[in-house]
Ligand binder design. Sequence first.
Ligand SMILES: [Ca+2]
Length: 128
Amino acid sequence: MLSLQHSSLEVIENHTNRTTIMKFTSLVSIVSLAAVASAWHLQLYDGELYQGLIHDRSGTLSQPCADLDASADNKASSMHWEAGTFAGEIILFEKHGCVAEVGRSDGDWSLAQFSSFANNKVSSYKIN
Ligand SMILES: [Ca+2]
């Protein structure tokens, strides 16, 4: 009778240890996921071939709509876009308030020279 009680107690202890180990493993997984999540990065340049940086911004989540400052407005002629883990697409607009689309990415987008349609026109963007 005494030995039976002892083995029951061991079963409970083993179960508790396993639960603790599983909780710890889940925590490590969450921390690892956060470490590999990458940010999006947008760089706009006044000139072709990435000359004359006029806008440089990065973040992790989507961006509803951002107007460019007066110093960068209607000037972009080339760009780098690195899609992040949680934001893949950027949409460029001719007017403030994300009106009149001039182009959109599908994943990363390096554009050494904007089309004549979009050149020196971008004044706002949205990140999805
Ligand atoms: Ca320009």
